[in-house]
Design a binder for this molecule. Structure first.
Ligand SMILES: Nc1ncnc2c1ncn2[C@@H]1O[C@H](COP(=O)(O)OP(=O)(O)O)[C@@H](O)[C@H]1O
Ligand SMILES: N[C@@H](CCC(=O)OP(=O)(O)O)C(=O)O
Length: 363
């Protein structure tokens, strides 16, 4: 059989892996493993990002007294992750495949060294034919510094490992052009990175155990597709969904975000996910904003910076804001905040943020 991709990241949502009563859907985990094992044996590299720990833990324990949100998440994820990974390990073993658990927090991607360390971890596992199973380490994650959800984490990993595709399996067949529960709504089968009209049809509604909802899935999908990685959103409740997505002659109806042809560099990919580690802010004027968003590759010069906020060193990530206070991008500063303040508005030709280390948010 011919496959569309040889290297994929697959993300499975909590609702695919749990039954309505909250217990783990063991049959579905087994079927997912069967598909991954089949692809693995055909030479497709697979990284699995699996949610489900909190849901699995919740159904396992009767809590004596009411816990706050953080404590209950810590308790349930700690208990549930063991159950989840044991199931995966048992099913992969039946196929003669070794899987590994990688639990991570956003901090593990905090700077380039941490990022490269994570990258090395996945590369080593894959080289040794191990299937990595990743989840956010909810037990120790600090709420303010968490990933929005595992969709964000899976986007980061697909990008970091240069996957050819990110496949997001949810409890719905794709993105609908209206309320999915209404009979007239249809699946949008193809979305280009420049299109954005479809976004207005996404509601805040999310499924029972999910964290982010379709809104985060969509914005992550768009971001990842812009880096040159195809993103598929399909139903994990459907039999053989992974195989059908990967088959060259596959007919499965679902949503695909078409990747941009020009692939982002590895450094740009790292920058794209680093905004939460920003140490300071640069406010830029309208002229600088227009220059940055022009089709020409443009670096940010100090002449267009009107304000420098916070304390940062050369090499730190800084946010770039427009004069209305809107975040327009971020990048790696080439001067410290002290030097930037001294030379504010000057014609120093060395950019404060070089284009190669700049990420812009396009509307
Ligand atoms: N336009 C839309 N098309 C598809 N799903 C949508 C749309 N708007 C909102 N949703 C909701 O998003 C849910 C999937 O997101 P989420 O609950 O985060 O799932 P997961 O647990 O797989 O991450 C769907 O079940 C659906 O209720
Ligand atoms: N880390 C959490 C998953 C959080 C999450 O992103 O859930 P989902 O939106 O269902 O993919 C868990 O394992 O329960």
């Amino acid at each position: 059989m011919n496959f569309n991709y040889r290297k994929i990241t697959v993300k499975v949502g909590s609702n695919v892996l749990t039954k309505s009563d909250g217990t783990l859907n063991v049959a579905r985990i087994a079927h997912l493993v069967d598909q991954i094992a089949y692809l693995h044996k055909k030479g497709v590299e697979v990284i699995l990002v699996s949610s489900g720990a909190v849901a699995a833990g919740r159904s396992e324990l009767k809590i004596q007294r009411k816990l706050d949100t953080v404590s209950s998440r810590q308790l349930w994820s700690a208990v549930g992750q063991v159950k989840l990974i044991n199931r995966y390990a048992d099913f992969f073993r039946e196929h003669g495949i070794v899987c590994a658990q990688v639990l991570t927090t956003k901090d593990n991607f905090a700077d380039r060294d941490h990022y490269l360390n994570m990258k090395n971890c996945f590369t080593t596992l894959l080289e040794n034919k191990v299937v990595p199973i990743v989840n956010e380490n909810d037990t120790i994650s600090v709420t303010e510094l968490m990933f929005t959800d595992n969709d964000e984490l899976s986007g980061l990993i697909a990008s970091m490992q240069n996957s050819e595709a990110l496949i997001i399996l949810s409890n719905i067949e794709g993105i609908y052009d209206g309320d999915p529960s209404l009979p007239g709504s249809k699946i949008i089968e193809e979305i280009g990175t420049k299109e954005k009209d479809w976004m207005k049809n996404i509601s805040m509604q999310k499924s029972g155990f999910g964290r982010g909802g379709m809104l985060t899935k969509s914005s992550i999908a768009r971001k990842v597709a812009k880096e040159g990685i195809a993103v598929h959103i399909a139903s994990g409740l459907r039999d053989n969904v992974l195989i059908d997505i990967l088959r060259k002659d596959g007919q499965l109806k679902h949503t695909v975000f078409k990747p941009e042809i020009r692939k982002a560099s590895n450094v740009k990919k790292w920058i794209a996910y680093s905004h939460s580690f920003a140490k300071g802010e640069l406010v830029i004027n309208q002229g600088a904003k227009e220059a940055l968003f022009s089709p020409k590759a443009t670096s940010l010069l100090l002449i267009g910076v009107t304000e420098v906020k916070g304390l940062f060193q050369s090499g730190d990530i800084v946010k770039i804001m427009d004069e209305r206070g809107k975040l327009v991008g971020w990048g790696k500063a080439q001067f410290s905040s002290e030097k930037a303040l001294q030379e504010l508005g000057s014609k120093n030709q060395k950019p404060i943020v070089h284009y190669d280390y700049l990420y812009l948010i396009e509307d």
